[in-house]
Write a protein of this length. Structure first.
Length: 87
């Protein structure tokens, strides 16, 4: 399952895993989504630029947590922790 996710969308981030899987023939299925493949390749190239990579890494945590924002807001335990930190 991890292999499939790396192939589909996380290839630019997990480059070492992708190289290992590709060199050892672990990718054993055809993928024909050319637009996605090209965009992943471009993103991977951009991540090799140091200033771009720093920006992406600094913003990554915010984007990973964003879908769970409502959970964090509605959870009474997390809300009480946040209020105690402000005091």
């Amino acid at each position: 399952m991890f292999r499939d996710v790396i192939w589909e969308e996380l290839r630019p981030i997990f480059r070492a895993d992708h190289r290992y899987y590709r060199s050892h023939g672990i990718y054993d299925f055809p993928q024909y989504a050319w637009r996605n493949r090209i965009s992943r390749r471009l993103f991977s190239l951009l991540l090799s630029v140091p200033w771009f990579s720093r920006e992406v890494r600094s913003e990554m945590k915010k984007h990973i947590v964003r879908p769970y924002g409502k959970v964090f807001e509605k959870n009474p335990l997390l809300r009480s922790r946040e209020q105690s930190r402000k005091i």
